[in-house]
Write a protein that binds this ligand. Structure first.
Ligand SMILES: [Zn+2]
Ligand SMILES: [Zn+2]
Length: 423
């Protein structure tokens, strides 16, 4: 198969060129800048299109096993394929929790039989996510996990976190930390500030995240074990990470598309699709996150895709669950940041391709000849509005409903096979 006449974008190899790509036996066979010899083989006319490595979303909740009415491995993979995401890393807070190899094996076997894209499970740091006893990381690694995280919960006990860093590193497993000081945030439902007071909603102060960011940075410095901080939301968190990187602390981090594009103002209408943890912050925070992404302080963008059923979100703001879906709006959101800032296309795309691959130690995220042919083709000019009808996920709780985007995924290829084509 040939993909012809595209703008080829490969952040890992620093490639931004017009040309053709040859795919053979599920692998990238070659890239031909300026075009290839004529061939009778099957070809995709990609004039005017952009071709990139399939996206890697390193923070997804697939709700399977246990909450399949919200999402399951099959529906989550449909949404991923439609979003140009060819690898998903799914968190451990299922029911049962993925804290032992039998749950890991269930996810991997289920993905093999029903998923359109590659699914890589994350194992729990602690048994049942309770933060008291370390999980069976080694056995789960053998069964196929690629990282550990108690996401959904913070690891509150610093001593356990320190042991977890040592233990995870012996198996080469990156640790993904959800930074939240619980006593400071436990009753909150949105960002703490003048707006939360005005709306009569209890707040979650930025410092509840920043305290845990500081602790994790100190633990990483102390143990010399890398740590990855997920879904950072405040300017101060980024300043802490930036300083730590300068000091040589092995820290990496990600942010979500909703924290890059939206602010607490979205909560003014009490729309529960604007409720997630961490909460949407201020415009000053949002701008700092965008700058952090453009300047490489933020390594990755990940969705924290968190499906919830309509009747669960149809509650008062105080009572509705935290979390929003994001797989199908990841790429359009990144393109919006690129177009608005008119720079850094390869850097921005690196945040969803080669950077997560490097941090997780997995293959993929590039178009290097010989590597897996996971490819996303987009029409960069297509203007469209994201509506419920677009959503392939079982749940519809997106904060981007009604949002106008420029740039649309039109075809997604996994190991040389088309798994999504825009109709
Ligand atoms: Zn989290
Ligand atoms: Zn999460």
């Amino acid at each position: 198969m040939w993909i012809k006449g595209a703008r080829i974008l490969d952040p890992e190899n620093g490639i931004d060129t017009m040309g053709d790509i040859h795919v053979s036996h599920g692998r990238i066979a070659g890239i031909y800048p300026g075009g290839s010899p004529d061939t009778d083989a099957e070809s995709i006319d990609a004039q005017g299109k952009w071709v990139l490595p399939g996206l890697i979303d390193m923070h997804v909740h697939l709700r399977d096993p246990g909450f399949e009415y919200k999402e399951d491995i099959a529906s989550g993979s449909l949404a991923a394929a439609a979003g140009g995401v060819t690898t998903m890393v799914c968190m451990a807070n299922t029911d049962p929790v993925n804290d032992n190899p039998s749950v890991t094996k269930y996810i991997i076997d289920r993905a093999k039989s029903v998923a359109l894209v590659r699914i890589m499970p994350v194992g729990a740091v602690s048994k049942a996510l309770m933060g008291q006893e370390l999980s069976e990381m080694g056995l789960m690694k053998e069964a196929g996990i690629v990282a550990v995280s108690d996401d959904g919960n913070p690891v509150e006990d610093a001593s356990l976190m320190r042991s977890a860093l040592f233990y995870a590193s012996t198996f080469g497993l990156p640790l993904l930390s959800h930074c939240q000081d619980r006593p400071l945030s436990v009753s909150g439902v949105m960002n703490e500030g003048a707006l939360s007071s005005g709306l009569g909603l209890s707040g979650i102060p930025g410092v509840s995240e920043e305290i845990m960011v500081s602790r994790d940075l100190l633990l990483s410095r102390d143990t010399r074990v890398p740590i990855h901080l997920t879904h950072l939301s405040t300017k101060t968190s980024l300043e802490l990470v930036s300083r730590a990187k300068e000091q040589g602390i092995p820290v990496t981090c990600d942010v979500t598309p909703h924290h890059l594009l939206l602010t607490e103002e979205g909560v003014k209408t009490y729309d529960t699709n604007m409720k997630m943890y961490p909460p949407l912050r201020t415009e000053e925070d949002r701008k700092a996150l965008v700058e952090g992404l453009l300047h490489g302080i933020i390594d990755c963008v990940a969705t924290d895709h968190a499906p919830h059923a309509r009747d669960e979100k149809n509650l008062d703001f105080d009572l509705a669950p935290f979390g929003v879906i994001g797989l199908q709006t990841l790429l359009p959101a990144l393109l919006k940041i690129h177009f608005e800032n008119d720079k850094g296309l390869l850097g921005v795309l690196g945040a969803v391709t080669c950077n997560p691959a490097r941090i997780l130690g997995i293959d993929g995220g590039n178009l290097t000849p010989g590597s897996r042919a996971d490819i996303t083709i987009i029409d960069p000019q297509r203007q469209w509005v994201f509506t419920e009808e677009c959503i392939r996920s079982k749940s519809k709780n997106s904060p981007f409903l009604g949002q106008r985007f420029t740039g649309m995924v039109i075809q997604t290829i996994v190991e040389g096979q088309t798994v999504f084509r825009e109709s």
